[in-house]
Design a protein around this ligand. Structure first.
Ligand SMILES: Cc1cc2nc3c(=O)[nH]c(=O)nc-3n(C[C@H](O)[C@H](O)[C@H](O)COP(=O)(O)OP(=O)(O)OC[C@H]3O[C@@H](n4cnc5c(N)ncnc54)[C@H](O)[C@@H]3O)c2cc1C
Length: 469
């Protein structure tokens, strides 16, 4: 039987190993860290790309389709709460400019659902997005906050109570772009993979070199697994280190790598369920987008797309003519491999909290640092830093190079690899329906998700999702 070697156990490597393992392939997964899916974070299912005003309609439509597929593959990782999109009064954009695309996305969602009822993972088509005028918010702010919000109106009530209504333009938009709980994804996917007898996982093991051979590749590892593995088919799923494997194989390729960080705040006084909230702004400027992502027990993940919160002035690097691997400055590698200084965590988290002060004044007054940052480096293939959709390429025979930018691309990515292994035999997209997690109990997913969160230094509550389906 062919031995398929997957290098890297992030969401890309784990997803392709899950699909190939379920389809009966012999898979060896090599991961340098002690647990799977421990690379850069993810919290938002980009089901329509409405966080990105700068990308074209095609990328948004692909993000919608791929996000639906992602939610079908990993339903246990989805946090079923909507996202509110607000345009700050000082921003040059208008909410009406977003409505054209939202209508396009809603029509596309309707088409998916009418073709395949299982695609209805984002709720009713009619509810894909809703708009709220200021007067309605003023009225809703007087209502009691529901404990288990279901309708768009119920979801907006806590925001209507805490939002500085003068700070944004109208209408406010609510869209069914849900959350993703990365700890639950790591938990369920790890438990499923570990239960497969045809999948071997080598943790704490690093691929140091690769040599081409007559049957495929010889992969040399160091760490808990020391030695050489023969691969008939090689999958490079090493995330921001993709270029290192290309360099080992002598392949020239162009990509960018960007280091970014989100922050963990705790808003102890918040007991109600909040939607996720986006305050649009020009990326990289002091008014960069603010993102408020709620977790249970008052924890909130924050992004601020400014140079001194989520982005870094030297955080985006490109590959060179000498190496396919973009070189991040050593202070980023030190953060990824070792740790952050307490001072920087305090300083950047505080700035992230203050970034929202004009919009959510109660939050900015009451919130404090709630845990370590959620950070990492991600790759963007090619030359365009605003690219949000990419899957996989096949630069050599029997070599697949995963290049996802958003986690929603894993389904198309893994299917393309399976087709390449099967000599491009035509196969249906229903392949993923064979992967199911019915053997893994909700209890074990939930328990292990909390353990993973804690083992990485985060509050165990962040391993819980806010809202189940
Ligand atoms: C701050 C931030 C926020 C983000 N938010 C979102 C979001 O909300 N939604 C979204 O869709 N996306 C988001 N992303 C992007 C998302 O995190 C990435 O697209 C995704 O995690 C990439 O997964 P991956 O499996 O390709 O890479 P990784 O997760 O980086 O996995 C690669 C793995 O390979 C291992 N590895 C590397 N080299 C070797 C080697 N030589 N030997 C053995 N193992 C090796 C690494 O240890 C790692 O575990 C965000 C990114 C950042 C930085």
């Amino acid at each position: 039987m062919k031995n398929i070697v997957v290098i890297g156990g992030g969401v890309a490597g784990v997803s392709v190993a899950l699909l190939l393992g379920t389809l009966g392939k012999k898979v060896t997964l090599i991961e340098r860290k002690p647990t799977l899916i421990s690379g850069p974070p993810f919290c938002h299912l980009h089901a329509g790309g409405n966080l990105y005003r700068e990308i074209d309609d095609n990328q948004c439509l692909t993000l919608l389709r791929q996000s639906i597929d992602f939610a079908k593959v990993y339903p246990f990782a989805i946090d079923f709460r909507p996202t509110v999109i607000a345009i700050p009064t000082e921003d040059s954009g208008t909410p009406t400019a977003l409505l054209r695309r939202l209508n396009l996305l809603k029509d596309e969602y309707a088409k998916f659902v009418s073709k395949e009822p299982e695609a209805k993972v984002l709720g009713e088509v009619e509810d894909y997005f809703h708009i709220f005028e200021r007067k309605e918010l003023e009225e809703l702010a007087k209502e009691e906050t529901p404990k288990s919000p279901k309708t768009p109106k119920e979801w907006i009530i806590p925001l209507a109570k805490h939002l500085n209504l003068d700070s944004v333009k109208y209408p406010l938009i609510m869209v069914q772009e849900f959350g993703i709980n990365l700890f639950r994804l790591a938990s369920g996917a790890s438990l499923a993979l570990e239960s497969m007898s045809n999948v071997t996982i080598h943790y704490n093991s690093v691929v140091k070199d690769i040599k081409k051979s007559s049957w495929g590749f010889k992969v040399f590892c160091e760490g808990d697994f020391e030695g050489e593995i023969e691969a008939n088919y090689l999958i490079n799923a090493t995330g921001f280190r993709t270029g290192e494997i290309d360099d080992m194989l002598g392949i020239k390729s162009q990509r960018m790598v960007e280091f970014k960080s989100a922050y963990t705040a705790k808003w102890s006084k918040r007991e109600e369920l909040f939607p996720e909230v986006i305050f649009h702004g020009a990326r990289g400027t002091p008014q960069g987008m603010g993102q408020f992502t709620p977790y249970p027990a008052g924890y909130v993940q924050l992004h601020g797309m400014t140079q001194d919160i989520t982005l870094y002035s030297d955080g985006l690097v490109s590959s060179s003519k000498d190496s396919s691997q973009p070189k991040l400055a050593s202070h980023f590698i030190d953060k990824i491999e070792n740790t952050w200084s307490k001072e920087e965590i305090q300083e950047r988290t505080t700035r992230a909290i203050r970034h929202l002060a004009n919009y959510l004044p109660d939050f900015a007054k009451e919130a404090e640092v709630g845990g370590p940052p959620l950070f990492g480096a991600q790759q963007i293939p090619g030359f365009d830093p605003s690219l949000r959709v990419a899957e996989v390429s096949f630069p050599l025979k029997n070599y697949a190079r995963c290049e996802i930018v958003k986690v929603s691309s894993i389904s198309d990515m893994a299917i393309a690899i399976f087709r390449d292994i099967k000599d491009k035999e035509s196969l249906e997209n229903s392949l993923w329906s064979m992967v199911n997690f019915s053997e893994i109990s909700e209890d074990s997913i939930s328990r292990y998700a909390k353990e993973i969160a804690q083992s990485r230094g985060y509050p165990s509550e962040m391993g819980d999702r806010c809202v189940e389906d």
